[in-house]
Design a protein. Structure first.
Length: 151
């Protein structure tokens, strides 16, 4: 990747809806070379996809809960089984394998405490292999939303 590729990535992180015309103008290329570079970055998997940022509160899911999960075993099979189980849970927004005393950190969204309780009872507590869980409720989202430093 060169400086032009990095400028393309930075521009798309700021606005993923840029047309090729606008993207090319912003990074100082003509449209055809810009489109080729973009296609190459996509083919290489550097650009994983495009998505809209959604306001979860406006969708009726204003509560964010961070859940630390400790598994009974830390084997590859146990971690893979947990990952397969939570991939099907639409309330799980993020799930990270961590170092330290807890194995997994998840961010879950809910409408309210009752909705979160239902998620725990009907979904997460039914996943085999969990030793313990600890939850923390986010009071509010901070203003910071970082884009990757590519430029």
């Amino acid at each position: 990747m060169d400086a032009t590729d990095r400028r393309i990535l930075a521009a798309l992180q700021r606005d993923g809806r840029l047309s090729i015309t606008d993207l090319a103008a912003e990074v100082g290329l003509s449209q055809t070379p810009c489109a080729r570079r973009l296609a190459r970055l996509e083919a290489l998997g550097v650009i994983e996809g495009y998505a809209a940022r959604i306001d979860q509160a406006r969708l009726g899911l204003p509560v964010s809960i961070f859940i630390w999960v400790e598994l009974e075993k830390q084997s590859k099979d146990a971690i893979d089984a947990f990952e397969r189980a939570v991939k099907g849970f639409d309330r799980v927004m993020e799930c990270h394998l961590m170092t330290g005393s807890r194995d997994i950190l998840m961010r879950v969204v809910a409408a309210d405490l009752t909705d979160f309780d239902r998620f725990l009872e009907e979904k997460l507590m039914r996943v085999p292999g969990i030793r313990s869980m600890r939850s923390s409720f986010a009071l509010r989202a901070m203003v910071k939303r970082q884009i990757l430093p590519v430029a």
